[in-house]
Write a protein that binds this ligand. Sequence first.
Ligand code: NAP
Length: 287
Amino acid sequence: MKIGFIGTGVMGNAICLNLLKAGHDLVVYNRTKSKTDNLVAQGATWCESPKKVAENAELIFTMVGFPADVENVYFGEEGIFQAAVKDKYLVDMTTSKPALAQRIFREGEQQGAKVLDAPVSGGDLGAKNGTLTIMVGGDEAAYQDLEPVFKDFGKIVHYFGAAGAGQNTKMANQIMIAGTMTGMCEMLVYAKKAGLALESVLETVGAGSAANWSLSNYGPRILKDDYTPGFFSKHFLKDLRIALETAKEMKLELPATKEAEKLYETLVDERGLGDLGTQGLIKLWWN
Ligand code: NAP
């Protein structure tokens, strides 16, 4: 199947490499063109706009940064919906708003396209290793058609229901991560102050009932002073805001998630450290 991919950043680029490895014909577009160079060198074809990608592929994936980027890529002047998309598959993998996923679905339906929201979890390493978890909402028949393609870069793929259900599942995931990231940082801050050997603490805590993904993936990076982004702090703050905004619409209060939002706001908005990985949260305590 001829696949188009828009947004070849940390995640998109790694997913594209797995799609190429699986033998797919790939056309690509990214705002900063140089981030597609390695893909073109491996056989992908560059297109100069989202519209052109949509004209040249049967299945179009998008994985950009923020909901405003998603809007631009679908509804902008050179956007996907400016192309003839009848009978094409449109799949947004950006972590974005459930309501925006529903809007894209409605517009797609009007134009005869098959639309899915399919955000992922598993981080930069999951994208590189082709082991992502993929949470899908939208057109169920399209999901059945595309399951083999999802398996080219994902290990676990689940369909959750109508448009927006994939994004809602991802928000549930991020609410959990709010707890594991803040828990991991406060655990390390406490252990350091108590004078404990931090490598041993990570190993021991990570082997017991406090084991979790944030601890095992980001704890070691913190001890090596490695704050390069697997997952940008600015993107996690975006996710916390979407989760809290959507919860508010459901008349739900999530006080622990709200606290995590405040901490990441301090890191990103006040300290200007949004381009650090989410493990950079520790910098609120350690310089
Ligand atoms: P990223 O490296 O910033 O990638 C996003 C890419 O989209 C960038 O290359 C950006 O181009 C491009 N882009 C933005 N707006 C565009 C537009 N209008 N047209 C074309 N390209 C556009 O971020 P990422 O880490 O890959 O994350 C992408 C999404 O996946 C985010 O929503 C994030 O929350 C989510 N996510 C990330 C992870 C993770 O661990 N990294 C895990 C799960 C989900 P520029 O190069 O010009 O900025």
